[in-house]
Design a protein around this ligand. Structure first.
Ligand SMILES: NC(=O)c1ccc[n+]([C@@H]2O[C@H](COP(=O)([O-])OP(=O)(O)OC[C@H]3O[C@@H](n4cnc5c(N)ncnc54)[C@H](OP(=O)(O)O)[C@@H]3O)[C@@H](O)[C@H]2O)c1
Length: 419
């Protein structure tokens, strides 16, 4: 039925591709394209003979729109799934627009070079006007809305778990559980243990940029920014147990503040162990998280990219990670004139994911919703022209697909709330 071009062949993309191949009736053809062709070929070899989906591979540097355009013209896909890095979002959105193809990604745009003066000027203006200073925000991609609408195309932004499923949970709560949602706490708990003193569960560069940024939350119509890791809470997670979690800035807060009418407060918390935090602080203190190039023995290197080369590849953590993740949203609000609270969450087991798709649960919980988002678009279940985030569509078919594709969810009434 649909031909899809997947850009990227890392931890998340591998899961999304394997899951697409389990739905050969929907995804009849896939082209896997990435910077390193050998990784695409290796995945194709693993899947050949196990799926009816026809798989091809290609090499592409997605930082260059002209290369993506040439590839799209050759492959002629119905949809491009961008599962490379957030740095490539705009180049791939431009290429999709030029070729008249729908677009999907799992993380919002951020620039690779945060020292670029042109980007910095816009960024600093946004920091002053909006009040949060994370490098990533939706304004760059929302700016494509009119162009996508005019071209009759859809761009689905952030179809992973968080962002992604967390916003679908919000749309579901809004549709079925509440008349007014007053507060949303998004809790992302990883109770997994990979046995290394320090490793990140997805791309180290993107992960470390995200968690070392100041925290922020949305309250009464504005952003409140706090120093990184300065708000800590403890929560007892179903399937995992008690964990410390820290308030972070996260991109879905930005879109939910716009789309969940009447919401008064939105916060995002992620669990971290002490070892992770100690390592991260040390790396930050010695300058290893810097994105500014330094000269070393006559060669220019970017410290965080060098660090990435030293750390374990997240895609290699699968066989050694044990434990569970629990990600979901706690809501407070009003239904039929009465105050109520509810918690929607998924529990996912690292080893079960590995047995199914040879990956740990972080890539799994992101790759499965990427596949479901693609399924919503190519089957026409989600069909609006323009640039959208997942809470702007009907949550029901997506929620059903989560149950059918390895990410079952629960609704719990009267959960413990986060102070
Ligand atoms: N929404 C969520 O819940 C969520 C959660 C986790 C991650 N994510 C997002 O998922 C995405 C993928 O993460 P990951 O952990 O899978 O990362 P990863 O393992 O580092 O994979 C990234 C892939 O993109 C390819 N790539 C990088 N630059 C490229 C370029 N210029 N042209 C073509 N391909 C390029 C890489 O190629 P090489 O192999 O050559 O390096 C690699 O195959 C990221 O955007 C991340 O932020 C979202």
């Amino acid at each position: 039925m649909a031909k899809v071009l997947v850009i990227g062949c890392g931890g998340v993309a591998s899961v999304a591709i394997r899951k697409c191949c389990m739905h050969s009736d929907v995804f009849t053809e896939l082209c896997i394209a990435s910077r390193t062709l050998s990784k695409c070929d290796a995945l194709k070899a693993k899947l050949t003979g196990k799926t009816k989906t026809k798989i091809t591979t290609a090499q592409v540097d997605a930082d260059k729109p002209e290369e993506v355009i040439a590839l799209i013209q050759k492959v002629k896909p119905d949809l491009v799934m961008n599962i490379a890095l957030p740095y490539q979002d705009l180049a791939i959105m431009d290429a999709c627009l030029a070729c008249g193809v729908n677009y999907l990604d799992t993380a919002n745009y951020e620039p690779e070079n945060t020292d670029d003066p042109a980007w910095r000027e816009t960024y600093e203006k946004r920091c002053r006007e909006e009040g949060f200073s994370a490098y990533f925000d939706y304004t760059w991609q929302w700016a494509y809305n009119d162009k996508y609408k005019k071209a009759g195309l859809t761009a689905l932004l952030g179809s992973g778990f968080d962002p992604g499923v967390t916003q679908v949970f919000c749309a579901y709560a809004q549709k079925h559980l509440f008349d007014t949602i007053e507060t949303i706490d998004i809790l992302d708990c990883n109770g997994g243990d990979h046995g290394y003193p320090f490793a990140t569960n997805f791309n180290p560069e993107i992960n470390l940029r995200e968690v070392s940024a100041p925290g922020s939350y949305w309250e009464n119509g504005k952003w409140v920014e706090v120093p990184a890791m300065s708000i800590r809470r403890t929560y007892h997670f179903d399937g995992v147990g008690e964990k410390d979690m820290y308030l972070l800035h996260h991109e879905e807060i930005e879109s939910l503040a716009k789309n969940i009418k009447g919401v008064k407060r939105i916060r995002f918390f992620m669990t971290f162990g002490q070892s992770y935090l100690t390592h991260m602080k040390c790396l930050e203190n010695v300058g290893m998280l810097s994105t500014t190039p330094v000269e070393f023995e006559g060669k220019e290197i970017v410290p965080i990219q060098f660090l990435k080369a030293l750390l374990p590849d997240p895609a290699s953590l699968g066989p050694r990670t044990v434990g569970k993740t629990n990600i979901g949203c706690i809501f407070t609000g009003v239904k039929d004139g009465k105050r109520k609270t509810a918690y929607i969450y998924n529990v996912c087991d690292h080893q079960e994911c590995y047995r199914e798709v040879e990956s740990q649960a972080i890539s799994y919980t992101t790759g499965v919703p990427a596949m479901i988002g693609a399924m919503m678009l190519v089957t026409g279940k989600w069909n609006k022209k323009g640039v959208y985030t997942p809470e702007e569509f009907d949550p029901d078919p997506f929620m059903q697909a989560l149950n059918e594709n390895g990410l079952p969810w629960k609704v719990v009434e009267d959960p413990a709330l986060v102070e």
